[in-house]
Ligand binder design. Structure first.
Ligand SMILES: C[S@@+](CC[C@H](N)C(=O)[O-])C[C@H]1O[C@@H](n2cnc3c(N)ncnc32)[C@H](O)[C@@H]1O
Length: 370
């Protein structure tokens, strides 16, 4: 049940709600803005709609082609074999969206029945609206849902995450003459509309920045850090070390920590102004894979990659899979299968921007694709 009512029983909008919080507590941290606009149970972007697909706001790789999820499913099977084919394991997806990737992965992995006998399906999903869609698309697999990674059960795990970490809350720090200051959200006194504000005091979160970013930032430049993502990476890595297993993380982002403002809002397949579309657009930031790998290594696990999505999918055999599917199709279907493959691997589309990294609790002989 969601009570989004103000003091006089009127329906609150997300802006009213944020304005009230800013009036009570002062400027709102960007991480809180992202949490509130994306996953608040009443107003959150993900809580109130299915944003995926051509009719939604954006299209992800599994929505472009079934081949994406199928190859991830085969990756999971080989990885399961590499960790000794445990008789029971948790097959976990973080942020499954419509459930399409998991559905395709499970269908492809039916080639190895023992994998299916051994798996328990767990989904980490904040949105009740999307959980309903996942329940339909994964009917027959009896998943268990979790609000976050901290309630996942013990045992060896194969974890997959596509476009999950980009939705994790970040902090933006602006370089001042004496140090780094947090950029927060407040409201203009006259217009009552949201604006960015740079805090006067320096922020302790600067200690989380990569040393190169810390030392090269010039006055006015922005650096980003996601302590949420780092905590999740730490928790997953500790689990992989103590319980065994591997994780596969796919997202858009950069290999080495860098300066820059990557916060972006997308609506109806176009970039839109962040502040003008709070709660009505997908709000994401590029993933800092070096920072994630450092957190994983610090927790005692091993991080492989990142490599580009293009290199990953090519090494898993996307070209062969494309031609096999094309052979069974009519001319029009074949052209569309080919176009989807190009979109996934072309460096002008998703091939280079998206990176793939794998994490393992112990040394694994060969993680497919990496
Ligand atoms: C961009 S969608 C990606 C969906 C899917 N992985 C795909 O590739 O199509 C992000 C997913 O993460 C979920 N999500 C976002 N923030 C979350 C959070 N803090 N905790 C759990 N799930 C979250 C969203 O509800 C959604 O399912």
């Amino acid at each position: 049940m969601c009570f989004a009512e103000g003091s006089f029983g009127l329906q609150l909008t997300i802006l009213d709600y944020m304005r009230q919080r800013v009036e009570a507590d002062g400027p709102m941290a960007l991480s809180e803005v992202m949490k509130c606009t994306l996953t608040h149970p009443c107003f959150g972007y993900y809580a109130t709609r299915n944003p995926l697909g051509a009719l939604g706001d954006f299209v992800t790789a599994p929505e472009i082609s079934q081949m994406f999820g199928e190859l991830i499913g085969l990756w999971a099977v080989v990885s399961w074999q590499q960790i000794g084919s445990p008789r029971r394991f948790n097959f976990i997806e973080l942020g499954p969206g419509s459930g399409m990737m998991m559905n395709d992965a499970l269908r492809a992995s039916q080639l190895v029945p023992d994998f299916h006998v051994a798996l328990d399906l767990h989904l980490v999903e904040a949105s009740l609206a999307l959980r309903k869609i996942q329940k339909n698309s994964l009917a027959g697999y009896a998943p268990t849902w979790h609000n976050d990674v901290y309630s996942l059960p013990c045992g060896p795990s194969i974890i997959i995450a596509n476009e999950f970490f980009d939705a994790m809350p970040i902090t933006q720090l602006v370089r001042g003459s004496l140090g780094w200051h947090e950029r927060r959200l407040s409201f203009d006194q006259q217009t009552k509309m949201p604006i960015w504000t740079v805090m006067a005091e320096t922020s302790h979160l600067a200690s989380l920045l990569h040393p190169k970013v810390l030392t090269t930032g010039q006055v006015g430049e922005i650096a980003e850090v996601s302590s949420f993502s780092l905590s999740i990476a730490d928790a997953l890595a500790r689990r992989l070390v103590s319980e065994g297993g591997v994780a596969l993380v796919i997202d858009y982002g950069y290999c080495n920590s860098a300066l820059g403002d990557t916060l972006q809002a997308v609506k109806k397949h176009k970039f839109v102004d962040v502040l003008e579309n709070l709660g009505q657009s997908d709000l994401t930031a590029h993933v800092d894979f070096a920072a994630l790998s450092a957190a994983v290594n610090k927790a005692g696990a091993i991080a492989y990659g990142p490599i580009t999505q293009s290199a990953f999918l090519l090494s898993l055999g996307i070209i062969q899979r494309t031609y096999n599917l094309m052979k069974k199709s009519n001319y029009k279907q074949a052209r569309s299968i080919e176009a989807a493959m190009v979109r996934l691997i072309d460096s002008k589309a998703m091939g280079s921007l998206f990176k793939v990294s794998a994490w393992s609790g112990r040394e694994v002989n060969l993680l497919p694709g990496l």
